[in-house]
Design a protein around this ligand. Structure first.
Ligand code: COA
Length: 240
């Protein structure tokens, strides 16, 4: 599986240098948006009307985020993950997941907001960054087995490469997405309570908020993370 890390061209923390030309970058973002849009519409996670005229699931957040893209050897995209990056201590209302919290009743909204902010504040002394992985999509018709898992392992690799990060993901319960993240080392701080998952009317499904720390991965996946990190470090050294 060919895994690439796409750095933003503007507006984000320049931790990893951008390697694509402006034209290649624009094309790659368009390809990611079309891919994600197609998979999400097929999955009925979004209506077809959420795509623009060229089939793109347009979101300006894509331009300020890092992306991890899995491709076949021929170059066809098989899976994507978007990784917005923030400095530690960011306010919860500044993050993408706040859109989800805004759709909640005041009680749950206050509960989740303060739990997330507490996690962010506690992590700030140890981890320099926060990431918010999302836009996770795989074409299971053409992907190699474990492409979704590999994209998550690559997110850990990215977090380690930038010097340490905590991650916060709003994951769907369907497709075992949240279960897969927790199996790999993610934590739902409200596990075992009636608030462990909640229904989001926009995505029309149940979601869980799952946290990660870059240095805490299920040992079963540690070798996968190391392998991806090694591949990217080698590529960076060759490009330098
Ligand atoms: C969610 C998604 C990205 C996962 O990608 P994927 O390539 O299918 O994932 P993988 O093959 O690496 O892993 C999934 C497998 O792990 C299994 N798995 C998940 N949690 C597990 C657990 N706790 N223990 C054991 N196995 C588990 C799944 O059952 C699945 O097995 P299967 O292939 O035999 O059905 C993909 O299904 C997708 O794009 N879905 C549509 C969009 C979506 O829901 N995105 C996620 C939004 S949060």
């Amino acid at each position: 599986m060919n895994l690439s890390l796409i750095a933003p061209h503007a507006g984000a923390l320049p931790i990893i240098a951008a390697t694509l030309t402006a034209e290649q970058y624009e094309q790659t973002i368009a390809d990611i948006q079309r891919f994600r849009g197609r998979i999400y519409v097929q999955d009925e996670a979004i209506p077809a009307s959420a795509l623009d005229g060229s089939g793109r699931h347009y979101n300006k957040l894509d331009y300020s985020s890092y992306h991890i893209v899995a491709r076949t050897h021929e170059g066809a995209i098989t899976g994507v993950m978007r990784v917005p990056l923030y400095v530690s201590g960011a306010a919860v209302w500044f993050m993408q997941l706040y859109h989800v919290l805004e759709r909640m009743e005041p009680g749950p909204k206050a509960l989740y907001s303060s739990a997330i902010q507490q996690f962010i504040d506690q992590s700030a002394t140890t981890y320099p960054f926060i990431v918010e992985p999302g836009g996770w999509a795989v074409d299971r018709q053409i992907s190699e087995k474990l492409t979704g898992t590999t994209l998550v392992a690559a997110t850990w690799a990215f977090c380690q490469l930038i010097g340490g990060a905590v991650a916060i993901a709003t994951a769907t319960v369907k497709h075992n997405s949240a279960a897969l993240l927790k199996m790999m080392g993610g934590i739902n701080c409200l596990e075992g309570t009636s608030n462990a998952r909640f229904y989001d009317p926009f995505h029309r499904c149940e979601l869980e908020i799952v946290y990660f720390r870059s240095d805490r991965v299920n040992p079963r996946f540690a070798a996968m993370v190391e392998e991806i990190k090694g591949q990217w470090q080698k590529r960076e050294a060759m490009a330098a």
